[in-house]
Design a protein around this ligand. Sequence first.
Ligand code: B12
Ligand code: SF4
Ligand code: SF4
Length: 332
Amino acid sequence: MRNETVKRLARECGFELAGVAAAEPAADFAKYQQWVERGYAGEMGYLTDRRAEVRGDPRNLLPSARSIICVGKLYNTPGPADGLISRYAWGNDYHRVMRAGLENLVELLAREAGPFEYKICVDTAPLLERSYAREAGLGWIGKNTCLIHEPLGSWFFLGEIVTSLAMETDSPPQDRCGTCTRCIDACPTQAIVRDEERWTIDSRRCISYLTIELRGPIPEEHREGMGAHVFGCDICQDVCPWNSRAPVTEEQAFSERPFPDIENIAKLSYDAYHQITADSPVARAKHSGVLRNVAVAMGNLGLERFREPLEVLEASPDEMVAEHAQWALRKL
Ligand code: B12
Ligand code: SF4
Ligand code: SF4
């Protein structure tokens, strides 16, 4: 199968970026292991349990694997950019959208190449997505650890087809960060940390981790740095010069869906929360987690009008939510 054919078909399936990497042991796997050893994964057990080792070789996912088709799909939309909810979560859940596009691509590939074995990966598979996407020429890994493409920027999701098809591979582009340090300087919680010769993310400090992945209470020392973020964080990408002219996606599924303002999020019942976040990435934070985040955000915004909703949260039977509301009330 020709490399150009794969790229053309990927574009037909709605992927602005596509390339091919060899399905070989990940050159960056030692970096991943070191990252885990340093504790940078925090409490994200799916990164540190037996699945950590699986990441060493894509043939653990598909024994017959020879190539990895890596794709990128833009999600940037002209949305509110108020920081409350991060950009990648303004539309429908990307896992489903990406998978549908990749299934479509498998079908087109099979028409050209006949039957083959494959495994589709989007985010959740134990595969070092950024490493392979870099090798497939989709971009370089910036100091903020995001995959950046010139001229498309970094507002895109990644997905892969690990396949038994043999293909001509691509090569990684040049690193264009140069002497820039904007993301490191702008990160409010100093989560971009130096680890030997490169920069990496200490998830335990990252607002994205604290608001989405962390299930228990947010350590007090990080609460102020979280500002008004309720779900995820885009700061290290918003300040990146490569995103200053980032194009907007044509994917309707990623266009902004109505979401309540912070006071109304605070009032959402368990059922209403699940209704509003159905097929949205926000569902991952869970009702309790979002109320916890709202309390911290209200405390940081420090507005007197938040006293009433915070008192309601303080009376919550959920101890974690109540404790965060107390913290926030002390800040008003
Ligand atoms: C765990 C995770 C997180 C964690 C940890 C983040 C992190 N930087 O590792 C948290 C919860 C904090 C997070 C946050 C976000 N995430 Co996230 N996350 C993941 C996940 C599931 C695993 C990443 C991982 O393995 N991390 C461990 C570290 C060590 O791996 P790594 O950063 O990828 O680094 C590897 C290589 O890049 C390489 N490497 C690192 N530095 C360098 C430097 C050089 C010079 C070289 C050559 C190689 C190299 O070595 C490492 C080991 O392989 C991936 C999906 C996946 N399966 O890969 C999505 C993923 C990385 N996330 C994604 C997104 C969109 C986000 C957020 C923007 C969401 C948000 N708005 O809140 C933020 C961005 C924060 C940030 N600056 O990274 C996208 C990124 C798309 C892109 N363009 O880069 C991914 C790929 C999901 C997807 N399928 O689209 N995420
Ligand atoms: S996502 Fe936010 S908190 Fe995390 S590294 Fe980037 S700027 Fe820092
Ligand atoms: S802000 Fe600067 S250093 Fe950070 S990723 Fe973008 S170009 Fe690289």
